[in-house]
Design a protein around this ligand. Structure first.
Ligand SMILES: [Zn+2]
Length: 433
């Protein structure tokens, strides 16, 4: 099989490179296993110890700050969950971040989990993580460059010549631009700038607009990206009904009026809006905001990131808009263990590629790397096995959702695939694999 302009449509570029140097927690079978971790100097940033990938779904007990405190009484520790939407932190991190005071307001879109004693357990979800994240020193520019080069290599080796990167900021843009100018970039990259809150809209837009004027051969500034909800695994995705066994429907990170302003201003600037919306209510809500704007003759491209749960009624509304969905089939491989149990009948609208296909809506496949490895084989496997498990089957070749739409951007870029693995990767005529 030949895939032209082989495209991973949702990735975190620098994080994919950085991931290979991080302390990995995906092999832990219980929180107590942290006693066995081999810690190296490269796992710290400043005096913070960072780690990634824990998943409590199959653990015999919940992760707590006390378990971390036993091994790390004085070092601040921030361990990111496998979906990157929750942190497991120790008491030192809670104290430094001010989250130790339990009366602290949680604010919109975050959760500080509390124990029976009323004190924080050490688990922070979505926006509650920000108080910790802002204390962790930023990646120095030399490391950022290394991570981006390493990330590009990882994507190329996985078969991709085109990526859509969701985590750009000014520092990364400058580094990407330098890499491309020096001829080192072997990827065509669509860039979306992170928009954490409405107060940052104007500066983020002016950075993105300035970057667009400077864009180089393999870089395209596309727009801004925001998180409307959290992730399913940490029960932050915004659902139309409560999670099973819980009184919560998930987290909402933006208000309607704020979204209205973001969509309007971003479109007016000639850019596109990408919205992280995993839950069915999140997808419906942002669709309604776009419909309301359309009735006032304000319109533009709206990208729904993940789109893991979309109700049929939302798909109907999307058909009147310029909506493009970006799905990650491999998330099904990770989420299938608990999908039905957590979601009940909402699971019936999960992984809606077939319904999108039937409605004529545009959608692309991607990996969400490093949350899932960037891999053609995993996408093929997920599509095959999910169909066997009852998820409505994609018709035709998945490859038609794995190509960048603009074949003229980086001409003569293609990937040959045999038995679901890349055997040849060519970027602008240059053989990379
Ligand atoms: Zn992502």
């Amino acid at each position: 099989m030949r895939i032209d302009a082989c495209f991973d449509s949702h990735v975190h570029w620098a994080a994919t490179g950085e991931f290979s140097e991080r302390l990995r927690l995906d092999h832990l079978r219980s929180p107590a296993d942290i006693a066995e971790l081999k810690i190296e100097a490269m796992h710290s940033r400043g005096d913070w110890l960072l780690g990634f990938g824990w998943d409590e779904a199959m653990w015999p007990e919940k992760p707590t700050r006390q378990i971390l405190d036993k091994r790390f009484p004085n070092t601040p520790v921030a361990f990111s969950r496998c979906d990157a939407h929750a942190l497991w932190v120790n008491s030192e991190a809670l104290k430094r971040s001010g989250l130790w005071q339990t009366e602290q307001a949680q604010g919109l879109g975050g959760r500080i989990e509390k124990g029976r004693d009323g004190w924080p357990t050490g688990i922070l979800v979505d926006r509650a993580c920000n108080s910790v994240v802002r204390l962790i020193p930023k990646v120095p520019s030399l490391s950022l460059r290394r991570h981006m080069l390493l990330g590009a290599k990882i994507f190329n080796q996985a078969g991709f010549t085109h990526i859509r990167d969701m985590t750009c900021d000014e520092a990364q843009w400058n580094e990407a631009f330098r890499l491309d100018e020096s001829g080192l970039l072997t990827l065509a990259v669509e860039e979306y700038f992170k928009l954490p809150s409405l107060s940052e809209l104007d500066p983020v837009l002016s950075t993105a607009v300035a970057a667009r004027h400077a864009q180089s051969r393999n870089l395209r500034v596309m727009g801004v990206k925001l998180f409307l909800d959290g992730a399913l695994g940490s029960e932050g995705a915004w659902l139309s009904k409560c999670y099973h066994g819980s009184a919560s429907r998930g987290l909402v990170l933006w208000e309607r009026a704020e979204l209205n302003e973001v969509l309007r201003k971003v479109w007016e600037a000639g850019l596109e809006v990408a919205v992280h919306a995993i839950g069915d209510q999140a997808a419906d809500f942002i669709t309604d905001v776009a419909c309301e704007l359309k009735s006032k003759k304000i319109a533009g491209p709206l990208h729904i990131e993940h789109a893991e749960l979309i109700q049929a009624s939302t798909i109907v509304k999307m058909q009147n808009l310029q909506v493009i969905c970006h799905l990650q089939p491999a998330h099904w491989l990770s989420d299938r263990r608990w999908l039905k149990q957590k979601l009940g009948d909402i699971a019936d609208c999960a992984f809606p590629w077939r319904r999108l296909q039937e409605s004529g809506l545009a959608f692309d496949f991607g990996s969400d790397s490093p949350i899932e490895p960037s891999s053609l084989a995993r996408t093929f496997q997920a599509l095959r096995e999910s169909a066997e498990a009852g998820i409505p089957r994609l018709l035709g070749s998945p490859a038609s959702h794995m190509s960048h739409r603009d074949l003229a951007w980086a001409p003569n870029s293609f990937t040959l695939v045999q038995e679901e693995a890349p055997t040849q990767v060519v970027f602008r005529g240059e053989h990379l694999l």
